[in-house]
Design a protein around this ligand. Structure first.
Ligand code: PEP
Length: 250
């Protein structure tokens, strides 16, 4: 049985003061959640959010992680630095980073390996663009991204990994993949994992859906057999909305 995992991706939102306000509101709401709850927040807010959530069921994550231990990498933040301020997860390869900041399958792989080396759980994002979906290339794209992300990652390490399937055309657009579309592609990603690592390992990896998931559509998405959680952008910025997604069965 895979434990569902609902993770917020705040993106470039919330100053420390705003982050503290949101977390104080959210903490009591989600305290009885049956799923894992994660907040991936801007670097500057990690320490404050980690402090506020210390004895709670909320884990804290970063939105990226450097691929090197330390050194001449201006603007990067290392896995050790993230661990030091209380992060236990890191989003890697979000489509916004692939599209705007030159992230490639190779850099996603290097960051994933680095996160695992330091005991950070990677939330690795894969997903096709609208053009790729309309061109019938969805499976080809997510296969390439999945195989690329996990090159030289062992089956044992895969137990720490979360994958987020995020069709790029559904992120921040209000357009959600249908429940069946999301489940079908996630099942396909699991079959790619099975061919890399065997069926048992593939069945153990949690694969989230991400892309305009919200209080209105989370229940039916989460009812799909291969969808193990959500990576939530816009709806993670309001405590009431994020809480409703966390309690997707209510
Ligand atoms: C995301 O940024 O990972 C995301 C899914 O955003 P949204 O929920 O706003 O579509």
């Amino acid at each position: 049985m895979r434990k569902p995992i609902i993770a917020g991706n705040w993106k470039m939102n919330n100053t420390i003061a705003e982050a503290e306000k949101l977390v104080k509101e959210l903490k009591p709401l989600v305290k009885d959640a049956e799923c894992d709850v994660v907040l991936c927040v801007p670097y500057t807010a990690i320490a404050a959010v980690a402090k506020l959530t210390k004895k709670s069921n909320i884990a804290v994550g970063a939105e990226n992680v450097a691929w090197a231990d330390k050194g001449a990498f201006t603007g990067e933040i290392s896995a050790a630095m993230l661990k030091e301020v209380g992060a236990t997860y890191a989003i890697i390869g979000h489509s916004e980073r692939r599209q705007m900041f030159g992230e490639t399958d190779e850099t996603v792989n290097k960051r994933t390996i680095q996160a695992l080396k330091y005991g950070l759980k990677p939330i690795v994002c894969v997903g096709e663009t609208l053009e790729e979906r309309e061109g019938g290339k969805t499976e080809e794209v997510v296969k390439r991204q999945t195989e690329g992300a996990f090159a030289n990652v062992t089956a044992t390490e895969m137990a720490q990994v979360v994958i987020a399937y995020e069709p790029v055309w559904a992120i921040g657009t209000g357009k959600t993949a249908t429940d069946e579309q999301a489940n079908e592609t996630i099942a396909y990603i699991r079959s790619v994992l099975a061919s890399l690592y065997g069926e048992e390992t593939a069945q153990g990896v949690r694969i989230q859906y991400g892309g305009s998931m919200n209080p209105g559509n989370c229940k039916s998405l989460m009812a799909q057999p291969d969808i193990d959680g959500g990576l939530i952008g816009g709806a993670s910025l309001k405590a009431a909305d994020f809480n409703k997604v966390v309690h997707y069965n209510a």
